[in-house]
Design a protein around this ligand. Structure first.
Ligand code: SF4
Length: 292
């Protein structure tokens, strides 16, 4: 059987994927808002354990179309380990369409473009990258460990290797004081990266994180749904993307938007303008639904 260890997280678009925990925890584990792997120490799992899980799954279930390598930073494992794991996956399921994983900026920094290419050829074709913000003050405040220039540099290594990027921006992270700068600078960074996928989430202080403690002291302003809509509007208005899929469908969002950029940019900005002009008619998701 598959021996999942601790809480397992995956992006919304991996809902139908087989999840294999190639690594446990996150090698960085310091972002102030993130509660996902606080209870775990980062380690790479043994290839023999993963081989047994792949064999068990292959014996008991139909072949998966997609595989997601958990936990938070599987991309940090050595290229030789990932290559061996991908060989096992491809041998078990030759028709698997793609393998994906989260990739922290630190993991992208330590990996060469040649290694990414080699792994892409073994179907590790997409990384999920939490940009969170393009504003350096915000990135410093959340302890992301990189500034915006480094984020762009490492993301473009994946680009050079032909690996697709699915990127996340964290609305509300700049609080009121930096809301506009956060939106505009985040657009600047995604413009420089040109990721295949861009999504927005809404920051929510979670117990057990430094952000929770900051919020408990009354030192973190949570933006209202209208303020978040204004921030999203600024972000979208400043994007200059040439072919990206945009989604704000993560549970944390108050408004669910989806489209292709640049084709749907004006329509989404107009929809947000209408929300801002007439908030009473806006269909914000209720709080209880955001918690699900
Ligand atoms: S890099 Fe990702 S998983 Fe790790 S602490 Fe930051 S947000 Fe959480």
């Amino acid at each position: 059987m598959i021996n999942y260890q601790g809480a397992v997280f995956r992006p919304p678009s991996e809902a139908n994927s087989l999840i294999l925990q190639a690594t446990l925890g996150c090698s960085w584990n310091r972002c102030t808002f993130c509660a996902m792997y606080r209870e775990k120490s980062f380690r790479v799992r043994k290839i023999a354990e993963l081989q047994r899980e792949i064999e068990w799954y292959a014996h008991n279930f139909p072949a998966p179309r997609k595989v997601f390598l958990a936990d938070g930073d599987a991309h940090m494992a050595k290229a030789s380990f990932l290559a061996e794991l991908l060989d096992l996956i491809n041998a078990a399921w030759p028709d698997v369409k793609r393998v994906t994983c989260y990739a922290s900026p630190q993991s992208l920094a330590q990996r060469s473009v040649a290694e990414m290419e080699m792994l892409r050829e073994k179907k590790l074709t997409q990384y999920y990258l939490g940009i969170e913000s393009g504003n350096d003050d915000v990135l410093r405040a959340i302890d992301k460990g990189v500034d915006s220039l480094e984020m762009i540099r490492v993301a473009n290594k994946a680009h050079a290797a032909g690996v697709k990027l699915s990127t996340m921006i964290l609305l509300g992270m700049g609080q009121r004081a930096l809301s506009r700068e956060h939106a505009v600078d985040s657009a600047r960074v995604v413009n420089a990266i040109q990721p295949k996928f861009v999504s927005t989430l809404v920051v929510t202080p979670v117990e057990g994180t430094p952000l929770w403690e900051t919020a408990a002291r009354g030192e973190f302003e949570t933006l209202s749904p209208i303020e978040l809509a204004a921030e999203l509007r600024e972000f979208l208005a400043h994007t200059e993307l040439t072919g990206s899929v945009f989604r704000s469908n993560h549970a944390s969002n108050y408004l669910s938007l989806a489209g292709t950029l640049p084709k749907d940019k004006n329509a989404m900005v107009t929809a947000l303008d209408q929300v801002l002009e007439n908030p009473a008619n806006a269909r914000f998701k209720p709080e209880w639904l955001r918690a699900l």
